[in-house]
Each structure stands twice: as structure tokens, then as C-alpha cells.
Design a protein around this ligand. Structure first.
Ligand code: KIV
Length: 292
């Protein structure tokens, strides 16, 4: 029997940073996505609260609930063996108090079997991160564009473009490292600022729209596969155009059913001839015409 691959140990991420090996992270929201990511060699899978938008059809990330995140996360942890799986704490699950944050982080571990959780922001989030780490759950931080507070930030905008704002980002990342975060996502920040943060931190940085100077990169599954339609941020690279493929396939299927060319013989089950004769004999007289 094939031995399942061993889980990537969490400290390996810091070791990869020290060795200069880039860390690959992607989001996933279901078991097939987790399997595809694992088979491609992804190191870290984030069950992001972007699920609210790319899976659940909301306009932003704030509506997704703990129960919805736990449901999606379980589908990923059931399938992923080697990659570290991180549950993204949804808006409202950690903002109120450290106690709330710890309780919900523990739900991610006990009910969805995650290896770690992620939360957004520095400031009060640093205290939440520290409390969760002290409870024994590893935490990934996230600074720069933090979509849960996009309204407060003036929309989905690049952060840290002035010297002062850049210094605040560096400070925020250092505070999160000090709080015990094992890695920090840098989203939509100028490349030189991300490179400086990466240089100043011992823990790895994972960039999304933060340039090549980060220790790793993350993209949203639906964006990189071309399943998100409409406007995409400039930092997205599409590696496939699956929405086109899916639309073409569905249109083809609709055509085939309507035209009566699907199913064909090869998609159809036969039955032994003698059983067919007996079965046909069972048909009532009112259906005689069907046999011709
Ligand atoms: O929720 C998410 O998908 C994220 C990534 C964009 C880092 O936070």
C-alpha cells in the first residue's frame, strides 16, 4: 500500500526562507482543488475568506461565516496530506476580543483539522495573534491590503505608497512577528516595501501583489485558473482560462441534449436480450405501439 506523503513541518517554512527557497501557497476551497494543489507540489494551502466572493457569490469577503468557513475547510483538509493547511478567520470571528479569537481558532483546529489559522491586520490583531499562539495554534499574519477592512482603507487599493505608510507597514509586520506569527502575507504593497519587510523579518513573507522580493507567493485559485470573471487586480497572472473551457463545455452539452445526440450508445446500458423480451412482454396493451 502506498504510504501517504508526510505533512510538511511548519518550521520548514522558516528553514526554506533561510535557504532562499521560495514558498508556494495557493487558496483552495474544496477537495479536488486541494488534491490538484498537492499534486502540483504546493507547500501551503489557504482556505481563504475569498471563498465569500469566488465560491459563495458575495461582493466582498465580510459576509462569510465561521460555519461556512469550517465547512469549506473540512473539504480541503480531508484531501490535503503534505501541504500545510491554513484556515482564514472570517470577519467577526476575532475582532471582538482575544477570547473570541482563541475560541474560533480552536474551532478551526478541532472541527476542520487545520494546521494553522490566518487573520488580518496589525494593531489589535497582534494581541489576537499572540493569544491564539499562546493557546497553541500557529498564526499567519496579513498586512497591506486587508480586504476585511477594505472600506476603511478606501477600497481595494495598494497600501504603503507613502514613506510614512510604508514605515507603518514595516512596523506592523515586526509587531506580528513579535506576537508569534510564523509567516506574514503582504498584499498589494509596493515591491520595495515588501522586499524591505522580507529582509527585516526572520519569519517568511508570502506576497500577493507585493513583488518578487517576498519569500513566497500566493494567488487565489479561481484567479490563477481563469475561473474569476470581470475585473482582476493587476497582480493576478492567469495560468489557464477555465471559465472559457467550462462555458464551452456546458454550451456543447446543452446543444447535444437538445439535439438528441447525447447520450450515445457508449453512454447507455444494455440488458440481456432474453430479459428484454420478457420485460417487453410485461408491457401493458396500451404500450403495445411502442414495440411497433
Ligand atoms: O482570503 C484569501 O484568499 C487571502 C489571500 C488573498 C491571501 O487572504
Amino acid at each position: 500500500m502506498a504510504v501517504p506523503p508526510a505533512k510538511l513541518p511548519l518550521p520548514e517554512l522558516a528553514a526554506m526562507k533561510r535557504r532562499g527557497e521560495r514558498i508556494v501557497m495557493v487558496t483552495a476551497y474544496d477537495a479536488p482543488g486541494a488534491r490538484f494543489a498537492e499534486d502540483a507540489g504546493v507547500d501551503v494551502i489557504l482556505v481563504g475568506d475569498t471563498a465569500a466572493m469566488v465560491v459563495l457569490g458575495h461582493a466582498g469577503t465580510t459576509p462569510v461565516t465561521m460555519d461556512e468557513m469550517l465547512f469549506l475547510t473540512r473539504t480541503v483538509t480531508r484531501a490535503a496530506r503534505r501541504p500545510i493547511v491554513i484556515g482564514d478567520m472570517p470577519f467577526g470571528s476575532y475582532q471582538v476580543s482575544d477570547e473570541d479569537a482563541v475560541r474560533n481558532a480552536i474551532r478551526f483546529v478541532k472541527e476542520a483539522d487545520v494546521d494553522a489559522v490566518k487573520l488580518e491586520g496589525a494593531g489589535p490583531s497582534a494581541s489576537r495573534a499572540r493569544a491564539i499562539v499562546e493557546a497553541g495554534v500557529p498564526v499567519m499574519g496579513h498586512v497591506g491590503l486587508t480586504p476585511q477592512s477594505a472600506t476603511m482603507l478606501g477600497g481595494f487599493k495598494t497600501q504603503g505608497r507613502s514613506a510614512e505608510a510604508a514605515r507603518e507597514l514595516v512596523q506592523g509586520a515586526l509587531v506580528l512577528q513579535d506576537a508569534g506569527c510564523f509567516a506574514i502575507v503582504l498584499e498589494a504593497v509596493p515591491a520595495p516595501v515588501a522586499a524591505e519587510i522580507t529582509h527585516r523579518l526572520e519569519v517568511p513573507t508570502i506576497g500577493i501583489g507585493a513583488g518578487p522580493g517576498c519569500d513566497g507567493q500566493v494567488l487565489v485559485y479561481h484567479d490563477l485558473l481563469g475561473m474569476s470573471e470581470g475585473h482582476l487586480p493587476r497582480f493576478v497572472k492567469r495560468y489557464a482560462n477555465l471559465s472559457r473551457e467550462i462555458r464551452d463545455a456546458l454550451e456543447h452539452y446543452v446543444h447535444d441534449v437538445r439535439a438528441g445526440v447525447f447520450p450515445e450508445e457508449q453512454h447507455t446500458y444494455a440488458m440481456p436480450e432474453d430479459e428484454l423480451v420478457r420485460f417487453s412482454g410485461d408491457k401493458g396493451p396500451e404500450r403495445e405501439h411502442e414495440r411497433g
